[in-house]
Each structure stands twice: as C-alpha cells, then as structure tokens.
Design a protein around this ligand. Structure first.
Ligand SMILES: NC(=O)c1ccc[n+]([C@@H]2O[C@H](COP(=O)([O-])OP(=O)(O)OC[C@H]3O[C@@H](n4cnc5c(N)ncnc54)[C@H](O)[C@@H]3O)[C@@H](O)[C@H]2O)c1
Length: 370
C-alpha cells in the first residue's frame, strides 16, 4: 500500500503522523511511503532521516495524490479538503462533532475517515487518546509550578517546599489518566496532593498505589468548596464522556481562594470544569480573574512535540500496520476497536453521535464493510 504523511498545517502543530523508525518498519513490510518535505521537522525528525528509512520525500499535493492511506495528527483544514481523494483512507484526529464544515467536506470527498479519538477498546477505553492525556497530566504540574512563581503572578510558592517550610497544596479534580499523571508528578516534587473523583473504586485503587503524600477525596460539591480554599495549585481533569464537563468551581468560589492560586483546567477542551475557564493558546497561555491565575491551553501536548509524537505514534502504529496490510475494510472487519474509529465512509456518516450532532443522515457501518 502507498502510505502518505503530510506536514501538519494547523497553527503551532509540530507533531507528525509517523516517525522515521515506523516508516522504516513499514518499508520493510513492503509498503511505499510518501512523506511531505519538513513534515517531521517540528518533532526533531529531518528529511534525511526519513530518506534513510526508505521514504520518498515530496510535496503535499504528491502525498495526497499518491497515497491510499494518509496518516496525520490533526483534522484536515480547508486548504487540505480538495487534496483528499474519493476512496482514500485518512487516519487522524478528526473531532467531527465540533465542526459541521469538516464533516460536510469529508462527506463530499468520498474518503474513508477513521478517527483516532473514537477507536475504542472492549473496556470502553480510548487507546489513542490516552497518551495525550498522559502528556497533558504531567505537563499540568510543570506549568502550574511555573505559574506559581511570583513574576508569573502566582503565589510565589515552591511545590515541594524546603526543610522547615511546608510544601504547596495541590488539588486535582478528576482521577482518570490526566489526574493520575498529574498526581504522580506533583507527589514526586514533594507537594501535598489531594486527588478527587466521584468514582470510589478509582480512588480506592489510587489510595493503594500512590505515595503517602497523595490523599484521595470524594468529589462532592462541598468537598470541592473546602479543598479549593487551601489549595495553591488546582488542576481540572474531569471527563464525562460525550458531554460538556460540569462546572465545579464557580466564579464566586475564586474569592474564597488564596490570591495567586493557579488553576490549570486541562478539561478546557470539553468546556472546562471552572466557570471562568476560556481556551487559551501556548502563545498567550494565562489570564487572571479575581487574583487567580488561569491556564487553559486546549492543546497542551502541542508544546512538547518530540514526546507527543513518539507517545502518539507508539499507539497508532499497530493500527496503521493493520490498515496497510489488510486494507481498511478487512482491518475493520477483523478489529472491533478500529471499526469504532470509522466515522465517515464513502460520503456517509457511520458514527451515530456525529449524525445526531448535525442532524445529518446516518448509515450502518456494516453496510460498508463487505
Ligand atoms: N488540554 C489538553 O491539551 C488536553 C489533553 C488531553 C486531555 N484533555 C482533557 O482532559 C480531560 C480528562 O481526560 P482523561 O483522559 O483524564 O479522562 P478520564 O476519562 O481518564 O478521566 C476523567 C475522570 O473524571 C472523573 N469525573 C467525572 N465527573 C467528575 C466529577 N464531577 N468530579 C470529579 N471527577 C469526575 C471520572 O470519574 C474520571 O475518573 C478530558 O476533558 C480530556 O479531553 C485535555
């Protein structure tokens, strides 16, 4: 199969769909690789490394016109719509439900769109979202520590304290992938960590495996109200699948917090769990409301493309191999996880939530697999 890897054109997106090492493995399996010039540069991979892996370096037009399977990171942008061919398979993050324009463009293209974010395991976990949550959770503490510094408008407190001086209080709301990774980092730095969730089984598990400076707490509204009063760093890490995050920190609650407290709302991409949260960018990541520093970057992993590209491609690569060696139909017939990734096929929406979001016609995925 011919596999294409274009350069990402979304602002400040430096990740790439496949690394030179993965390309080399695909070439060994007999596939032909077309990689756009400079596609890997933002993640530290040069054209020469791709060439040494047996890849042909070319322009974006040639990648799209030559490839049967296109492996990307972000959803196609308007400039890319016309490059996508009928019958071509596109494997990337699409987040269709947030864009009618993209959905209609992909329906019109006649392409086969397999979305990273809806590939789903039998236990309902989303394997292609996990690594980005791991990155964001770990970064949340790194960023929080930085914005707690006085010159960044924070309280001027060191997370781990020093001998004779208490460490900072870190409150993490949501104990999933983001929250657990944040807790590990904050605990490692010596902070006094409270991690909250409504899932008691999850809290029980974390209580067993986390170090002694991590405390678990049920996430009732009254517990959240109390916890934020003494917090120095608060990390929002909630997810309610398929819904907007609930607001647990209202604007009024900001007045009960210590001035210079830092809020990192990682859940900003689902609307955030803090009333005063609005999406920010890496260029302008923070703003202050009532003396409280807000960090609400919606694509945190974009700041560490080297780590994020490796983390992402480690998990996407096995699926790329299956699509490349079997073709998308056989690969999806034989792998339920990948089948769940099918969103738009041959001009029709095959994922119910997307058709519902835009009141567009829905077609059973099975009709397209034979
Ligand atoms: N900003 C970014 O760059 C970025 C990157 C990755 C993930 N995210 C977002 O981070 C959020 C968390 O992702 P995740 O992978 O950790 O999800 P996850 O499903 O692993 O964990 C979410 C947790 O939130 C808990 N929860 C739900 N309602 C709650 C409540 N009222 N109080 C406390 N906990 C509650 C759930 O029980 C679950 O344990 C998502 O919104 C995700 O989209 C953002």
């Amino acid at each position: 199969m011919v596999i294409g890897v274009p350069k990402e054109i979304k602002t400040l997106e430096n990740r790439v769909g496949l690394t030179p090492a993965h390309c080399a493995d695909l070439v060994k399996l007999g596939h032909k690789l077309l990689v756009e010039t400079k596609a890997g540069e933002g993640s530290g991979f040069l054209d020469e490394e791709y060439q040494n892996a047996g890849v042909s370096i070319c322009q974006a037009e040639d990648v799209y016109s030559g490839a049967d399977l296109v492996v990307k990171v972000k959803e196609p942008l308007e400039k890319e719509y016309s490059l996508i061919k009928k019958g071509q398979t596109i494997f990337t993050y699409f987040h269709f439900a947030s864009s009618r324009q993209l959905t209609e463009a992909m329906i019109k293209s006649g392409a086969v769109c397999i979305s990273y974010e809806t590939v789903e395991k039998s236990d309902r976990s989303l394997p292609l979202l996990v690594p980005m949550s791991e990155v964001a959770g770990r970064m949340a503490v790194q960023k929080g520590a930085n914005y707690l510094e006085k010159h960044n408008q924070g309280r001027g407190i060191l997370l781990g304290g020093v001998p004779g001086v208490k460490p900072a209080n870190v409150v993490i709301i949501g104990a999933g992938i983001v929250g657990t990774n944040a807790a590990k980092m904050a605990a490692g730095l010596g902070a006094n960590v409270t991690i909250m969730d409504i899932n008691v089984a999850r809290l029980r598990y974390l209580e067993d495996i986390m170090p002694a400076n991590v405390y678990t707490l049920y996430s009732s509204q009254s517990n959240v109200n109390e916890a934020v009063k003494t917090a120095d760093l608060i990390i929002g890490a909630i997810l309610v699948p398929g819904a907007k995050a609930p607001i647990l920190i209202s604007r009024d609650m900001l007045k009960t917090m210590k001035p210079g407290t830092v809020l990192v709302d990682v859940a900003v991409d689902q609307g955030g769990c803090i009333e005063t949260c609005k999406p920010t960018t890496h260029e302008n990541p923070t703003y202050v409301v009532d003396g409280i520093v807000h960090y609400c970057v919606a694509n945190m992993p974009g700041a560490v493309p080297f780590t994020s590209t490796l983390a992402l491609t480690n998990v996407t690569y096995p699926y790329v191999c299956q699509i490349a060696s079997k073709g998308w139909q056989k690969a999806c017939r034989e792998n339920e996880e990948l089948k769940k990734g099918l969103n738009v096929v041959n001009g029709q929406i095959v994922y119910k939530k997307i058709s519902e979001a835009f009141e567009l016609p829905y077609s059973e995925v099975e009709h397209h697999l034979s």
